[in-house]
Design a protein around this ligand. Structure first.
Ligand code: UD2
Length: 323
């Protein structure tokens, strides 16, 4: 499949019951036949629409993967060990999922002649030498997780080059939105929980560090664009191009929740990246991608517990037939 539309195709979403994967599944399901491969270690069945085919299994299991991928046109590869700290504690373990299983996915895609859209990460850049960070910036990850995402990212490119497989790697910056929770979730969900509970909002270090927070609905749209672009064999940054300091974020969330939580400072996080922000001009050029949800309205919809503002991202030109 090159630049044809994704409508009426069969797609597989690995990690489809997780935070980002389940939003993608929700957007795809009304228009395409969707299969989900998930071991439900962190994902939730309740996130999945009824009409998707669920294969409960581990992405590291070649039999489960083979079953899930048979006859598919596109594989959205989101299954991963997402915790940076877990990768530091047990690098070989996360490597098995983040690298070995990703190679299995690519091999399976080769068998099926399927497109692959792979979830890479801003973690590939490590400490940025220049802001905003473009895709040509040096890649020097600061964690096993980053090294593993870089391996995935490079294999994804190489499969396009060596085997002519249409592949795209999406380098996510700080993704947030509904369903992000648990001990390894992002700072926005942590601050929101703290503010709602009236507990101290815990800033690591001076709070002057900055991040580029991108709403999960924008990440879904980037995936849909990547599923049809002719510009394959490439990696694209997925962010907003805007940065906010963690201190300002804490205040924004406290205000949005009308919370009286104190804002407190803890020790800085060891190895924390000081600033991170995406140059999204390549994604704009090649995918027609640009973030639509501003941070304030994204936080507002989380506070109001509104459903994700993705209503139907597939209703736009993303999946329209290309004539
Ligand atoms: C993000 C990604 C990670 C990896 C990394 C690459 C998330 C959840 N994680 O890690 O997968 O791609 O980028 O660089 O998107 N903070 C506080 N208080 C808290 C929690 C966090 O101050 O209670 C700070 C933290 O020290 C950091 C910032 O908030 O400076 C963002 O932390 P995070 O864990 O949400 O995401 P990050 O950027 O470390």
């Amino acid at each position: 499949m090159d630049s044809s539309a994704i409508r009426d195709k069969t797609v597989l979403v690995t990690g489809g019951a997780g935070f980002i994967g389940s939003h993608l599944v929700e957007a795809l399901a009304p228009h395409t036949e969707v299969r989900v491969l998930d071991d439900f270690s962190t994902g939730e069945r309740a996130y999945l629409p009824e009409d998707v085919t669920v294969i409960e299994g581990d992405v590291r299991d070649p039999i489960a993967l083979q079953r899930a991928a048979r006859g598919v046109d596109v594989i959205f590869h989101h299954a991963a060990v997402v915790s940076v700290s877990q990768s530091v504690d047990a690098p070989r373990q996360s490597n098995r999922t983040n690298v070995d299983a990703s190679l299995l996915v690519l091999e399976q895609a080769r068998q099926e002649d399927a497109r692959v859209v792979a979830a890479s990460s801003a973690a590939v850049y490590g400490h940025p030498v220049e802001l905003p960070v473009s895709e040509t910036a040096p890649t020097e990850p600061t964690s096993p997780y980053g090294v593993q995402k870089l391996a995935l990212d490079q294999y994804t490119r190489l499969y396009a080059e060596l085997y002519d497989l249409p592949t795209v790697a999406l380098r996510y910056f700080n993704v947030y939105g509904p369903r992000q929770r648990g001990p390894y979730s992002g700072v926005i969900s942590t601050f929101l929980e703290q503010a709602r509970a009236g507990e101290p909002i815990t800033i690591d270090g001076d709070g002057e560090q900055t991040r580029d927070f991108v709403h999960v609905s924008d990440v879904v749209r980037a995936n849909l664009r990547a599923a049809t672009t002719g510009e394959t064999g490439e990696a694209y940054n997925v962010g907003t191009g805007e940065r906010i300091s963690i201190g300002e974020l804490a205040e924004t969330i406290r205000d949005a929740t009308d919370s009286s939580s104190p804002i407190v400072h803890r020790e800085p996080r060891p190895g924390d990246i000081r600033h991170s922000g995406a140059d999204i001009s390549k994604a704009d050029r090649a995918l027609g991608f640009e973030a639509r949800v501003g941070l304030e309205s994204g936080i507002r919809s989380l506070v109001d517990d509104e459903p994700a503002p993705l209503a139907s991202p597939i209703g736009d030109d993303t999946v329209a037939d290309p004539e």
